[in-house]
Write a protein that binds this ligand. Sequence first.
Ligand code: NAP
Length: 348
Amino acid sequence: MNTNTTTGGLFGNAALGGVHLGAASTKPEGASTPAAEQGEQTVHNVIIVGAGPAGYTAAIYAARANLSPVLFASSVSPGGALMNTTEVENFPGFIEGIQGPELMTNIGAQAERFGADIRYQDVEKLDLTGEVKKVILSDGSVHLAKTVILSTGSEYRKLGIEGEDRLSGYGVSWCATCDGFFFKEKDIAVVGGGDSALEEALFLTTFARKVYIIHRRDSFRASDIMQKRAFENPKIEVLWDSEVSAIDGDSNLEKVTLKNTKDGSERELPLNGLFIAIGSDPRVDMVKDQLTLSEQGTIEVQGRSSKTSIPGVFAAGDVIDPTYRQAIIAAGSGAVAALDAQHYIENM
Ligand code: NAP
């Protein structure tokens, strides 16, 4: 199910210049490495941070607007969440579906075709104050830009137990929409008690023979309507006061161990699939002290735009989205961010 491909360096680098600024006026504090000196010379039009569907799509739009965007992708896992799934069947344009890694490779290559400069280097810090933004990499180099697009995505929360990572893509999943299809007539379980868990469970009943919802308490936090639907669905059985204490299987998931949170007793539950839906956290560590965040912890944007609380800083994709978290929506919001950045630069 899971190809778990790592694509570091897939697209190569097409170095493009930006606008030159006098070095003396832009010397960043604490930037003393040769790389930093090299980086400080150019003020790019757009630096995009994060290479999922939002970042890559922003790069396509910005490159086509002749903004010569630089995109910093993770050196370890570029491509975002879709790199961890196999077949993507709901991204428009692919009649027979497409493998997640292939889709991301294609969108990245499409951005490069128009001149986007994709670099597999990790951003460590951002200084978003002032007209010229500073993007500081883990090697200490400082890169300057008129605008920054943040598309750092979100990460699914994990249970943090043995077997979870090892069997990820082999029965353990964080995305029913992506992987549910592979569990036709199988026994599966969803962990969690929020709207995501119940929504995933309901969606999975389309395929599965039986869907357990494993929840650590004796009541859900999900909305009433979702609870009603789950309780009424004959394929769903709720296992209250239960947490997963072990995930087992050789090459594929075979069973989990459930621990009763009230009396501590344990029992085994044979399963083909385990979907973990215990929430996700937007990746905002680098900007949480600089930008206004929403109540849900995402970067707050103004209306339907990608404008954050700092002029010249835009955000797109899962990092602004507490609700939908779909690749196509992230891609669309990446396009919005590039258009907003273009408009901002034109009016500078
Ligand atoms: P959530 O509301 O934070 O729920 C997370 C669930 O996972 C909670 O039931 C929590 O248990 C459980 N949990 C957390 N950590 C756990 C752990 N380590 N082990 C076991 N269980 C754990 O997250 P969400 O469901 O992803 O929803 C996020 C937001 O999106 C919410 O505002 C939600 O309403 C919204 N959303 C809306 C829809 C919709 O309207 N259709 C769909 C999806 C999401 P406790 O309850 O015990 O804390």
